[in-house]
Design a protein around this ligand. Structure first.
Ligand SMILES: [Zn+2]
Length: 443
């Protein structure tokens, strides 16, 4: 295979002999893509006849719009020992993601204009991915006072959320919805009733009992979601339910959509790959919030992705340092990394078993999530940014710690064999995966 990296910095080139997958159009054709000054200038079937332009032969590879992940934690500012905007962006590039939205549970929280500006500056300096800040819905994520949305949106925030925790009261949810609707941005809720979760660490059920892990009932997520959907009936605004894990939540979203409520929803790769029987390993990387559900939840979430009840998949990439995760299950902070495995999990668990075709599966990480937060991404339209992902849909690989680019290595997929491998990621026409080898972060 030719080395795409030599086109780094080319003003004009063609990627030829690829299977072009356009999830928005639902098409998959052999063809070529022309790139000029960082933009897509044409996408055409067949062979190119423009011999004067440098040509990259992508034989054997598929090409799609760069992937979009609307739920990642990059930990900066405040927790740079877990991840930085630079290392997180590198993990995004390695996983085929060109646009990501980062959550506000940093320190300080993303609740002021200067924090939004800081993140955008760091992301631009790193240059591996487009990073869209999600601002804190309330000051300090404390649930007491609204943040200044006007300033935050003006600085570049694309949504609001108190992620890490829910907006605590119906009254505050109402105010968040009213205020965010003035700016046309979505409120992305972390659905959890803290009183129902209490000190639980695993989904309440057969395995939590068997393994002696304190349970979190599924209704912890569902109560919060139901409350928000009831408020949404009175306050028309864009509402997005993050990282849904339970079949009861699927039911609630399905009913809300049937009523015509402006709701969108997401689930995460770990909820469609694992079920709670995997907790027998006591792998602290499987301590996730909300906790992983049972096999019926997993099957229902997959059905919901098929019928469109759930709009997209987001990694909920949540890095934690080794010393934090190398403790007993219940003492580990919740979260797992996912940017480098999300695409392969989709291939392995949705495409391979025939639940979804390739184009529909890629919709879940391209134009559909882009639409949720209203960013210009996930398309192959001419004139759009040349943000592209080249991948081999059939390559099998085993997830190894040494190939994790993220600063933290807390992946529950370590040692697992997955299908589907990202080969190159192109951002504004530049190949960004190439420099990963030389820029690998130590420790
Ligand atoms: Zn969350």
């Amino acid at each position: 295979m030719q080395d795409l990296t030599k086109w780094q910095g080319e003003r004009e080139y063609i990627i030829a002999n690829v299977i072009v997958v356009d999830p928005e159009k639902g098409s998959k054709t052999e063809g070529h893509v022309g790139i000029r000054e960082g933009k897509i200038v044409f996408v055409e079937p067949g062979d190119p006849d423009l011999a004067s332009i440098p040509l990259f032969d992508g034989r054997g590879l598929h090409l799609s719009p760069g992937f979009v992940d609307i739920h990642v934690h990059f930990r900066e500012p405040g927790y740079e020992y877990k991840e930085t905007i630079r290392t997180g962006s590198m993990a995004a590039a390695a996983g085929g993601f060109t646009s990501v939205a980062c959550m506000p549970n940093t320190n300080p929280a993303i609740d002021e204009k200067n924090v939004v500006e800081f993140i955008l500056r760091k992301a631009a300096e790193a240059g591996f991915a487009k990073v869209y800040p999600v601002a804190a819905a309330t000051k300090g994520r404390k649930g007491e006072k609204l943040s200044e949305y006007h300033d935050l949106v003006e600085a570049g925030a694309v949504a609001v959320s108190d992620d890490g925790s829910p907006v605590p009261t119906a009254q505050m949810v109402r105010r968040v919805m009213e205020y965010s609707s003035n700016f046309g941005i979505p409120f992305m809720e972390h659905c959890e009733d803290m009183s129902a979760t209490a000190d639980g660490v695993a989904r309440e059920g057969f395995f939590s009992t068997k393994l002696g892990l304190r349970g979190v009932p599924a209704y912890s997520e569902e109560i919060c979601l139901a409350r928000d959907l009831l408020v949404l009936r009175s306050v028309p605004s864009k509402y997005h339910a993050s990282h849904l894990s339970s079949r009861g939540s699927v039911q609630l979203v399905r009913e809300a959509k049937k009523r015509g409520l402006p709701v969108t929803a997401e689930t995460a790769p770990h909820y469609i790959y694992f079920d709670d029987s995997e907790l027998e390993t006591y792998d602290s990387c499987l301590r996730i919030n909300p906790p992983i559900g049972d096999n019926e939840d997993r099957d229902t979430l997959i059905e919901a992705l098929k019928d469109g009840t759930i709009d997209c998949i987001a990694s909920d990439h949540a890095p934690h340092a080794a010393h934090e995760k190398q403790v007993e299950f219940e003492y580990a902070p919740p979260g797992a990394i996912g940017l480098q495995t999300t695409f392969a999990v989709i291939m392995t668990n949705l495409v391979r078993p025939g639940h979804l075709g390739l184009t529909d599966a890629l919709s879940l990480i391209t134009h559909k999530p882009a639409r949720v937060i209203g960013i210009p991404a996930g398309t192959l339209g001419t004139g759009e940014a040349a943000d592209l992902t080249l991948f081999d849909p059939d390559e099998e690989w085993v997830v190894k710690e040494s190939s994790i680019v993220s600063k933290s290595k807390n992946s529950p997929w370590l040692g697992k064999k997955l299908t589907g491998k990202v080969k190159h990621t192109v951002l504004d026409g530049r190949v960004v995966t190439a420099s990963l080898e030389t820029n690998r972060v130590g420790g």
